[in-house]
Design a protein around this ligand. Structure first.
Ligand SMILES: CC(C)(COP(=O)(O)OP(=O)(O)OC[C@H]1O[C@@H](n2cnc3c(N)ncnc32)[C@H](O)[C@@H]1OP(=O)(O)O)[C@@H](O)C(=O)NCCC(=O)NCCS
Length: 176
């Protein structure tokens, strides 16, 4: 049986309070947050409390992404289920360490977390929204099997303009 939280390049693990330094850095880095819904800066205190706010479970499955070869934390990923009846979770992901972008780590993280959601959480559907100009992320989502499900027009105001949000979803059986 394969290790459910391990990919080919990364491993997913629980968040620890000792992760505060890199989360604080990532969430206050515009090169990371410009791709996300996040707008406001966050304090170290907020990050510490958030990191202490619970282990992965059926309500929220948040993980640190770390490299498999030397356990370096490089980002985060989370599955956020809603009503259990729907067996659907929203997904959020970011690789915060710049030198690990475009190296296959995001694709491996997506495959690993989606496999975990399907095989261990018994999800039927995983969904996400992405700025329509974030072509790198969209490429990764398509590559692992997410389908385009429509675009919400002027759905987010950020950095002095409206953004179109592409909605994408993956059903059980579609993960590649
Ligand atoms: C999106 C993200 C998770 C992808 O992870 P990654 O490790 O950088 O991506 P990978 O190296 O696994 O794959 C990138 C793919 O996109 C392609 N790509 C790179 N830049 C691209 C661009 N500007 N436009 C289109 N495709 C692009 C690469 O060629 C590669 O595809 P390939 O394997 O077919 O060659 C990561 O870039 C990230 O965290 N970005 C910042 C935060 C973010 O955008 N989060 C998602 C918000 S919805």
């Amino acid at each position: 049986m394969p290790q459910p939280l391990q990919g080919e390049l990364i491993r997913l693990r629980a968040r620890e309070e000792t992760d505060v330094d890199h989360f604080y850095r990532w969430i206050n880095d515009w090169q990371v947050t410009k791709f996300l819904g996040a707008r406001y800066v966050q304090s170290r205190k907020f990050e510490s409390e958030w990191l202490a706010s619970g282990d992965p479970g059926p309500q929220e499955a948040r993980f640190v992404v770390e490299t498999l070869d030397d356990q370096k934390p490089i980002g985060w990923v989370g599955l956020h289920p809603g009503f259990p009846e729907n067996r659907t979770a929203g997904l959020g992901i970011a690789i915060g360490e710049h030198e690990f972008l475009d190296g296959g780590y995001g694709t491996d993280t997506m495959r690993t977390v989606c496999r975990f959601g399907l095989e261990m959480m018994n999800l039927h559907r995983i969904e996400l929204s992405v700025f329509d100009w974030n072509t790198r992320a969209i490429r990764v989502y398509e590559k692992v099997g997410f389908k385009h499900e429509g675009v919400a027009r002027d759905a987010m105001w950020k950095a002095n303009r409206w953004h179109q949000l592409a909605h994408m979803g993956l059903l059980r059986g579609e993960l590649r």
